[in-house]
Write a protein that binds this ligand. Structure first.
Ligand code: DOR
Ligand code: ZN
Length: 349
């Protein structure tokens, strides 16, 4: 291969089928709309439990999984990986009951994000549940932000890692912890420095910074929790995701809301990236000159950390530009996808 050929990116990439290690599928008619986008691209997805009636029991978890499976097309082999929503009252018994059907448990600090009101208020009350999780081999997935009103919204992730998660991390060294949707340089460092600790990285935190959301106008479809940070944070996330470490993997945190819930005086947090998730990640990896690392990030690091098999089938991405539609139908309403109206260079075959 000559130098020119070596430098020019390939027109096609074939990857082991990827998984989405952080996804919001919603319920009812909205689930039907959201699920199709993910099932088309991913073999498995970690399904978030922050429903209006959160997934706090084994029975609720099985009911939600049945609803998801019923919404899949008959020929789909997509596998939802279920998570249990932790509260101050979650008992070791509940963990043991859910263990057969759950892949992990989710810690939402109460008030940190959408439908987190029933989440964790006093993390020390979680300790008996964390012991049971450690013993059952269930990873802890963390929304790593404080809900403390005195802490600046842009500092909430770093504050939580320094003052809360670092203590739980030290007290349960064998527990696998995934810091979800990391958004700061501080979080990259936390993950690198701690054993048994990994992170999901979203496409939107890799492609946008707070300037995209706030400079020259306020753009509600970029608003998410954790909120987009500085350009330097975005660059640190890019370096982590495209680097050699196995601790960072694909988790879209695709979180669709109806247009009217986003374009509102008090809009909901959530970026709807599921329709073109893989193409968005391919765009970032190409920009970073790291397409050769995409498969590791999207298809290998996640299952390796969770101790699950890598997928055997493949998907193909082609270098064919496509323009992202302005809206998609979303149950009884419509939702605006991330980068609506923009053209991206890759297309899933
Ligand atoms: O932006 C977000 N949206 N972050 C979350 O943590 C929750 C999610 C949602 O469910 O809408
Ligand atoms: Zn989420």
């Amino acid at each position: 291969m000559n130098d020119a050929a070596a430098a020019s990116p390939p027109a096609r990439i074939v990857l082991a089928r990827p998984d989405d290690w952080h996804l919001h599928l919603r319920e009812g008619a909205r689930l039907n709309s959201a699920l199709a986008f993910s099932a088309r691209q991913f073999a498995r997805a970690i399904v978030m439990p922050n429903l209006p009636e959160p997934v706090t029991t084994a029975e609720r978890l099985r009911r939600y999984r049945a609803e998801i499976l019923a919404a899949l097309p008959a020929d789909s082999d997509f596998r939802p990986l279920m998570t249990l929503y932790l509260t101050d009252e979650t008992t070791p018994h509940t963990i043991r009951e859910a263990a057969a059907d759950a892949t992990a448990c989710k810690w939402y600090p109460a008030g940190a994000t959408t439908h987190s009101a029933k989440g964790v208020r006093d993390f020390r009350k979680l300790y008996p549940a964390l012991e049971a999780m450690r013993d059952a081999g269930l990873p802890l997935l963390v929304h790593g932000e404080t809900a403390d009103a005195d802490v600046d919204v842009f500092d909430r992730e770093e504050f939580f890692l320094d003052n809360v998660l670092s203590r739980a991390r030290a007290d349960f060294p064998e527990l696998k912890i995934v810091v979800e949707h990391i958004s700061t340089q501080a979080a990259v460092r936390f993950v690198e420095e701690n054993k048994n600790t990994a992170a999901t990285v979203t496409a939107h935190h890799l492609l946008a910074s707070r300037n995209d959301m706030l400079a020259g106008g306020i753009r509600p479809h970029y608003y998410c929790a954790p909120i987009l940070k500085r350009r330097a944070d975005m660059e640190a996330l890019r370096a982590a995701a495209t680097g050699a470490s196995g601790k960072f993997f694909l988790g879209t945190d695709s979180a669709p809301h109806a247009i009217c819930e986003k374009e509102s005086p008090c809009g909901c947090a959530g970026v709807f990236s599921a329709p073109f998730a893989l193409e968005l990640y391919a765009t970032v990896f190409e920009e970073c000159g790291a397409l050769h690392r995409l498969e590791k990030f999207a298809s290998f690091n996640g299952p390796d950390f969770y101790g699950m098999p890598r997928n055997k089938t493949t998907i193909t991405l082609e270098k064919t530009p496509q323009t992202i539609p302005e809206t998609f139908s979303f149950g009884e309403t419509e939702a605006v996808p991330f980068l609506a109206g923009k053209t991206i260079p890759w297309r899933l075959q």
